[in-house]
Design a protein around this ligand. Structure first.
Ligand SMILES: *Cc1c(COP(=O)(O)O)cnc(C)c1O
Length: 372
């Protein structure tokens, strides 16, 4: 049996990426040191059909700057899903605000709007909707709730390049959305992120914060007006981002193909559920995810061990944030905790072969049929 290691994720780097990066390395200095950054922002804006975009060193940095621009801080509460990567909550904590964890919906793994309504207090300022694994949040309901209570809706779209709601790119609905270009994400710049918004004033505020507090158009040199951040993306990384964004449709399509291939090979009858795509939505399918039905007795831990023994990189579903040491090792919200125990992410890199997809599904089937 072929035992060549199957990676969980890996970027697709073609001649286009190499030529853009080589050009940036050779020429992107002096008066050209922002050329690729500006081009990346423009290309990304066009791809998402959103008027403003600001590059950042990471999605975490973009989220931190966006929350800071909203002046969220001590005494404020921010609502987010318990199933999340730590990056979504870290900036909330850094700003001194209180995160409030809400359960997820069992099908999309995204924040439960009913849970959000219950969690609102006079201190609530914002709701962060994370489009987990490329699934699409219940955006219309979340926006209604936010509007009714005077809250700001923010989208963590780090995992949702290519995901759409009613034909519009996710990340472009809330006051701002943020994206990640970490090496594991659908578009890669090594490390990197982007903040997008439709709000001109908000854009100006984040732009100033992102430039160490120096306002655009300020004539006086070295004149920061507020304490800002240094979360910039380099022109070299932006060159990679330009090339990848030009290939965005192709990269997303391949993600969707891989998910479809898994779906074909792993039927519901096998006792697994996968990423859902509700009517009116399109998922970017960043991570094909399997949730084993309780009847199978299969656990995330056991499946990942099984993958490891066959040189396949599988990954456990995110632990509920409230179950982490920083938040008191709590039991976790019920659905978030339950799904985390019995769900895994499957490999899905661009150049994956049919034989590799087959090997992953055979491993899943063998483990399920081995009895539990
Ligand atoms: C990857 C990820 C982030 C953080 O992205 P970085 O670019 O690594 O900061 C934030 N939120 C979610 C949901 C992610 O998956």
């Amino acid at each position: 049996m072929n035992t060549e290691r199957i990676a969980l994720s890996r970027p697709s780097i073609t001649a286009l990426e190499l030529s853009c990066m080589a050009d940036a390395a050779a020429n992107g200095w002096g008066e050209h040191c922002y050329d690729y950054i500006e081009q990346f922002q423009r290309t990304f804006q066009q791809a998402l059909n959103v008027p403003y975009a600001i590059t950042a060193s990471s999605c975490t940095g973009a989220l931190h700057m966006g929350l800071a621009a909203l002046e969220i801080g001590a005494g404020d509460e921010v609502i987010l899903a318990d199933s999340n990567w730590i990056a979504t909550v870290a900036p909330v904590v850094h700003l001194g605000a209180q995160p409030v964890f809400v359960d997820i919906l069992a099908d999309t793994w995204c924040i439960d709007p009913d849970g959000v309504e219950t969690a609102i207090t006079p201190r609530t300022r914002a709701i962060i909707a994370t489009h987990l694994y490329g699934s699409v949040c219940a955006l219309a309901r979340l926006q209604q709730i936010a509007d009714r209570h005077g809250l700001v809706l923010i989208e963590d779209a780090a995992e949702a390049i290519g995901s759409e709601y009613q034909g519009q790119a996710v990340g472009t609905f809330g006051r701002f959305g943020c994206f990640s270009f970490h090496g594991s994400k659908t578009i890669c710049t090594g490390e990197g992120g982007m903040l997008v918004t439709r709000d001109a004033d908000f854009y100006d505020k984040v732009l100033t914060l992102s430039n160490h507090g120096r306002r655009k158009g300020q004539q006086r040199q070295f004149w920061p007006e507020v304490i800002g951040f240094k979360y910039k993306m380099s022109n070299l990384q932006a060159a990679l981002g330009c090339a990848q964004t030009q290939r965005m449709a192709e990269l997303v399509e391949r993600k969707r193909q891989i998910l479809a291939a898994y779906r074909l090979l792993l039927q519901e009858s096998d006792g697994v559920k996968m990423n859902v795509e509700h009517p009116g939505t399109r998922i970017g399918a960043w991570m094909p995810t399997l949730v084993f039905s309780p009847q199978t007795g299969m656990t995330a831990r056991r499946m990942v061990d099984e993958f490891q023994s066959r040189s396949i990189d599988g990954r456990v579903f995110f632990h509920p944030l409230s179950s982490l040491p920083s938040f008191g090792l709590q039991a976790g919200q019920p659905v978030a905790a339950d799904i985390a125990r019995r769900a895994v992410n499957l490999p899905s890199f661009h150049d994956m072969t049919d034989a590799q997809i087959e090997r992953v599904t055979q491993t899943v089937k063998a483990a399920l049929h081995a009895g539990c």
